[in-house]
Design a protein around this ligand. Structure first.
Ligand SMILES: Nc1ncnc2c1ncn2[C@@H]1O[C@H](COP(=O)(O)OP(=O)(O)O)[C@@H](O)[C@H]1O
Ligand SMILES: [Mg+2]
Length: 296
């Protein structure tokens, strides 16, 4: 390990750019992903999320800019990077004529996991993603949610420190989404840094410690969701329920205003407040605030 900066950050990019002809798929991106975070990259389709992830995973060479992943330059030390990074692409690929266990053996072999460890490793992974009962099923017989979980197991075969998951929740039903979130929290608690993308903000809102908002190749904002909102001076909506059952909403501009409002209601006006909550949809609002004026 070199300096502290590279160990505190799982990913650091500066001016990262990817061009396809004249199209700037990723445009001058400076990104910092803290080690140990669950970091959400949010943006509409075509924003450049998959292109960014492919560069992180050393599958695509940047056109220009700097990129450091766990202190490694993907262009220089691909093998070292792939040993420590698990990448889940946005498609499962075509391995339909394989059984679940054979699918994972294939990836264990390609990551050079010694053969004598396969059996225990695959049993552990299947248990983790709750697919043990599907061990001998054909991959193509699995539901979408099961395929996503299998894909996640595949990304974990070599016990990577960093997981890069491209839209892992897409196409999942609400229950499968909740299960995925729990799984991600569990992996994070095991010490893994997780970078995850989505074009649906609500999917990431609960699970991410940090988010970055991307649109048309550009990074518009990044950091803890709350901090971004404060920095941008975005307003929040407080929902207040009074003892007589009346519910009212108030718009406030900052955390301090939140406190002022409560004090005013309870102390100055002597009202009987029984519930004081911020309306959910914070990320949704954050996204709208950040992209205001950029979308034409
Ligand atoms: N191989 C490619 N050749 C040309 N254009 C591409 C290629 N891959 C992606 N793009 C374009 O780059 C932009 C970003 O794509 P992508 O990274 O897939 O976005 P996202 O994952 O956010 O939906 C899009 O306009 C897309 O059409
Ligand atoms: Mg994509």
């Amino acid at each position: 390990m070199s300096d502290t900066t590279s160990t505190d950050l799982a990913v650091r990019t500066a001016g990262l750019t990817k061009r396809y002809g004249t199209l700037l798929a990723v445009n001058d991106m400076s990104l910092a992903v803290p080690t140990g975070s669950i970091f959400g990259l949010i943006g509409p389709n075509g924003a450049g999320k998959s292109t960014t992830f492919a560069m992180l995973a050393s599958l695509l060479r940047p056109s220009s800019g700097e990129l450091s992943v766990m202190g490694v330059d993907p262009a220089h030390d691909r093998d070292e990077l792939r040993r420590r990074l698990g990448y889940m692409p946005d498609t499962l690929g075509v391995y339909d004529n394989l059984r679940v266990v054979e699918y994972l053996e294939f990836f264990a072999a390609s990551y050079r996991v010694p053969r004598h460890r396969w059996s225990a490793l695959i049993a552990d992974l299947l248990e983790l993603v709750e697919l043990s009962v599907k061990r001998d099923s054909m991959v193509n017989s699995l539901s979408r949610g099961m395929k996503q979980r299998l894909s996640l197991a595949r990304a974990l075969v070599h016990d990577p420190d960093l997981l890069v998951l491209d839209e892992p929740a897409s196409g999942l039903d609400p229950r499968a989404r909740v299960e995925l979130r729990d799984l991600l929290r569990g992996l994070n608690a095991m010490g893994k840094t997780i970078i995850i993308s989505s074009h649906i903000l609500a999917e990431l809102e609960e699970v991410c410690s940090h988010v970055a908002i991307m649109e048309a190749g550009r990074l518009l904002a990044s950091g803890p969701p709350r901090e971004i909102l404060d920095r941008l001076g975005g307003s929040r909506t407080m929902r207040v329920r009074f003892a007589d059952g009346l519910v009212e909403t108030f718009t406030v501009d900052s955390g301090a205003d939140q406190a002022h409002l409560l004090r005013r209601l309870v102390i100055d006006e002597g009202r009987d407040v029984v519930e004081y909550v911020e309306e959910s949809g914070g990320l949704e609002q954050l996204f709208l605030t950040v992209t205001q004026g950029v979308v034409q």
